[in-house]
Design a protein around this ligand. Structure first.
Ligand code: EPS
Length: 391
């Protein structure tokens, strides 16, 4: 069972989005501002649509925190959807005075059709409101709490965009050089697309503009890095406790993520073992690796090297120049529904992936070290570090 349990609720144009987190130790300094910072990071990025001009995501902490410190009780987070005001009579829990015009032409690639079949809904809005990536705001809020736990334990999690459509950022960066707070991290945070290379950023912006003019959308690849992770999180002892599998589920559960790799992942499959595995040395009383092609995980267990994870996002499935579809009322051919949407949300997905990695790592850390309070968790971490020092 997870040590950090959490879930979200809420529809994209409903009154609010909610997150409930259970298992956060008591005594963690936590302010709404810690959470709002990540909510703001998620809203930025060149290529977002009109909705982000409406929303100004800010959290209300409705439970589990008193006077700026967590209590050890469930933490309840709420983000108001400002757009709800524009959806009166069409969204909300009360019966409607007049039946809203239904959405009846499913978008290829979205949950519209399979969701309507599964839940027996005639109006596809009943599906798309929850399947929408608006839900990721609640994940990011929950992830910001997990990030606070990790920060106290010396772990930093960051992301950068590696490619948008066919445009790749060739800038190489050792995770230790840009995480947590070096000049490179500032460059990524200041970039309109969360990329390192400035030339690549220009080319990516041009690509997004061209896709927008064509009524089309773009995906891309994101790298997430975690530094300061102790060895020994996760275990090879049982399949569902392996940290590689847990990270893969966390990443793959993010809307529009279609592929995931750890370390060299895909390219390792084409190389020989001698060029893939990271030779082990012992330097100044500690184990050391000259390379980190494993991405910080061996046997489903962290090995003390930075975690290096990559995820691929498909192009958003709401296209202004709609793809062919079928009206579910008549079965006649009809262009797919065209909700207002983003052209490219890859930078935002990077912030969401950070949140998912924070939640997964905080869970694994609490599994390893326990702790009802932060004092207990940090004492246990210290003890474990002491134990490792002699090895
Ligand atoms: C989304 C559609 C758009 C995006 C939305 C995700 O929303 P709307 O239909 O209201 O314009 O803006 O993303 C967000 C609202 C967000 O906060 O990220 C979709 O269909 O997934």
């Amino acid at each position: 069972m997870s040590h950090l349990r959490w879930s979200t609720a809420g529809e994209s144009h409903g009154p609010s989005l909610l997150a409930l987190l259970d298992g956060v130790p008591a005594g963690l300094a936590l302010l709404a501002d810690h959470i709002d910072r990540d909510l703001a990071r998620r809203q930025r990025g060149y290529g977002r649509g009109g909705r982000m001009k409406i929303e100004r995501d800010a959290v209300a902490i409705d439970g589990g925190v008193r006077g700026g410190e967590t209590l050890g009780s469930p933490i309840a987070l709420r983000i108001v959807n400002r757009d709800f005001a524009n959806w009166q009579g069409r969204m909300g829990a009360e019966p409607f005075a007049a039946t809203p015009e239904p959405v009846s032409t499913p978008r290829p690639g979205h949950a519209d059709l399979p969701g309507a079949l599964k839940y027996d809904r005639a109006d596809l809005r009943d599906v798309l409101e929850r399947a929408s990536a608006r839900e990721t705001a609640a994940r990011v809020a929950a992830g910001a709490v997990a990030r606070r736990v990790l920060e106290e334990c010396g772990v930093a999690v960051r992301s950068r965009v590696l490619s948008i459509g066919p445009v790749r950022d060739g800038a190489e960066a050792d995770p230790r050089a840009w995480v947590p707070d070096g000049a490179l991290a500032h460059r990524v945070e200041g970039s309109s697309l969360r990329v390192l290379g400035e030339a690549a950023e220009e080319a990516m912006r041009a690509e997004i503009l061209a896709a927008a003019h064509a009524g089309d959308t773009l995906g891309g690849v994101i790298e997430v890095v975690a530094v300061g992770v102790v060895p020994g999180l996760g275990t090879y002892a049982q399949w569902d406790r392996r940290l590689d599998g847990r990270l893969a589920q966390a990443a793959m559960s993010v809307q529009a993520i279609k592929a995931f790799e750890i370390g060299e992942g895909w390219s390792a499959a084409a190389a020989r073992g001698s060029a893939v595995h990271d030779a082990i040395a012992y330097v100044d009383g500690a184990y050391a690796r000259a390379s980190n092609r494993a991405g910080g995980l061996e046997g489903g267990v962290t090995n003390g090297e930075p975690l290096v994870l990559r995820a691929a996002m498909k192009p958003i499935s709401t296209l202004r120049r709609a793809l062919a579809s079928v009206d579910v009322r008549t079965h006649e051919a009809a262009p797919a529904n065209t909700e207002r949407s983003d052209v490219c949300a890859v930078p935002a997905a990077g912030v969401v992936l950070e949140a998912m990695v924070c939640l997964t790592l905080a869970d694994a850390l609490l599994e390893k070290l326990g702790g009802d309070s932060m004092r207990e968790l940090l004492r246990n971490l210290d003890g474990y570090r002491g134990q490792l020092a002699g090895r």
